[in-house]
Structure formats: C-alpha cells, structure tokens
Write a protein that binds this ligand. Structure first.
Ligand code: AP5
Length: 217
C-alpha cells in the first residue's frame, strides 16, 4: 500500500502512523521528522529549514521534493509507505505523481484527517516528544507514566519549538491556504478518503484494513 496522510497540524497523522506501519509493515516517511533530524545535525539543509519551521511556514518545494526523491528510492519503501506531511502544496503533489510514474508505482489512497481547530490547538499545546526515539505523548490525552520521561526508552521528553500557540495559529493558516487545496486535487483523482480524526489514536486501522483488502499494488 502507498498512502498519503493529509491533514492539519495536530490531527494525529504521526500518532496513527505508528499503528498502521506496525500492522502493515509500511515505511513511515514524515517530512517533518526528516527536517527535524537535519536541524539537529546542523546540516546545510537543516540550517535552511529551521527559519521556516520555527515561523510555521513551509520549507521551499525544491528542498522537499529532492528529499522525497532520495527517500522513496530506499529499500524499505519497496513494500509500501505512508507519506506523512507530504505533499503539502500542489507543485509537491505534481512532482510526486511524476516520480511515482517514473517508478511504475501508483498511490493506493489519500487519507484526509478532519478535526476542529480548537481540538488541534489543544493537542499541539500539550504534545511532548521523546528526544531519543521520537515517541509522541500528550500531557492531557496520553501522558507518560513518569512526568517528562519516555515510557518506551527512558529518554527525556521535549516540547517542539513550533508548538507555541502563535506558531500553531500560523501553521493552521498556512495549512488552509497552501495545503487544503490538495483535498480537491485528490478528490478529482478519485483517491481521497475522509477520516474523522477526533476518535481513538488507533482508529484509522479499520479504514486502512478496508483499503488493504482492495489494494492491487
Ligand atoms: P510536521 O512535522 O509535518 O508537522 P505538522 O503537519 O504540522 O503535523 P504535526 O506533526 O504537528 O501533527 P500530527 O498530525 O502528526 O499530530 P501528532 O500525531 O503528533 O511539519 C513541521 C514543519 O516542517 C512544517 O511546519 C514545515 O515548516 C516543515 N515541513 C514538513 N513537511 C513539509 C513539506 N512537505 N513541505 C514544506 N514544509 C514542510 O499528534 C499531536 C498531539 O495530539 C500529540 O500530543 C498526540 O499525542 C495527540 N493525539 C494525536 N491523536 C490523538 C487522538 N486520537 N486522541 C488524543 N490525542 C491525540
């Protein structure tokens, strides 16, 4: 299966991906995670990306498309993948279509996560992430057993730089202006499936099971 998780910040794309990738053995490709790793390593790409990310703006398309081209060529993508946070603009979607065509592949579905703004802000303000393994927690909805310590690896939890309320509001604005047009784009392609993201953190598995039954890839 080759899936796109499309949805606003805080909708739970990363959280649901954990359950789906475990069930179906898919590669989980989060452009946000790749960029944060580059920022942490202080690479040239990371230095370019940081200013955009801290302001809640999108990193330029050419940077992102180059990153994805490289990543989709890696071995773990052969069995299928989840694209989480990519594409985010129409030019990124067009570049992805060309790339998949050149690889003789097609998308199974684009899952559109729907959630109200107030819920997104609440989820993002309470998000904590493990500095070591990237596990995602929430101080209200999914707290760790021991405050600020990762249940999975014992690493320290941190708050993302872009999870401040002013930056969150900007990310939501950017999503509506630049990414939401992809909903219509993929609807026209007949690939869009809507998902109510207000349910449990593993509630997407049922929809993905239905898609897996129909997938002929
Ligand atoms: P990115 O990392 O992709 O951030 P995002 O899209 O804003 O999404 P988030 O990671 O914030 O949210 P999520 O939907 O994964 O939610 P999560 O599962 O963590 O991008 C960051 C930045 O990188 C961008 O702003 C941009 O600058 C740049 N970038 C990345 N990709 C790019 C691209 N393609 N082009 C250009 N620039 C790009 O959940 C959130 C919280 O809610 C957690 O605390 C979680 O525990 C909780 N939660 C989740 N689901 C539930 C549930 N069902 N019930 C209760 N709590 C829940």
């Amino acid at each position: 299966m080759r899936l796109i998780f499309l949805g606003p910040p805080g909708a739970g794309k990363g959280t649901q991906a954990v359950f789906v990738k475990k069930t179906y053995g898919l590669a989980h490709i989060s452009t946000g995670d790749i960029l944060r790793a580059q920022v942490k390593q202080e690479t040239e790409l990371g230095k370019t990306a940081k200013g955009y990310m801290d302001a809640g703006k999108l990193v330029p398309d050419d940077v992102i498309i180059g990153m994805i081209r490289e990543r989709l060529g890696e071995e773990d993508c052969a069995k299928g993948f989840i694209l989480d946070g990519f594409p985010r603009t129409v030019p990124q979607a067009v570049a992805l279509a060309e790339l998949l065509k050149s690889m003789g592949r097609h998308l199974t579905a684009v899952i559109c996560f729907d959630a109200a703004d107030d819920l997104l802000v609440e989820r993002l303000s309470g998000r904590r992430t493990c500095r070591n393994c990237g596990a995602i927690y929430n101080v209200s909805f999914h707290p760790p057993e021991k405050e600020n310590v990762c249940d999975a690896c014992g690493g320290p939890l941190m708050q993302r730089d872009d999870d401040r309320e002013d930056v969150i509001r900007n990310r939501l604005r950017v999503y509506k202006e630049q990414t939401a047009p992809l909903i219509e784009y993929y609807e026209r392609e007949g690939l869009l499936r809507r998902f109510d993201a207000g349910g449990a953190p593993d509630s997407l598995v049922a929809l993905v099971a239905e898609l897996a039954g129909k997938d002929d890839a």
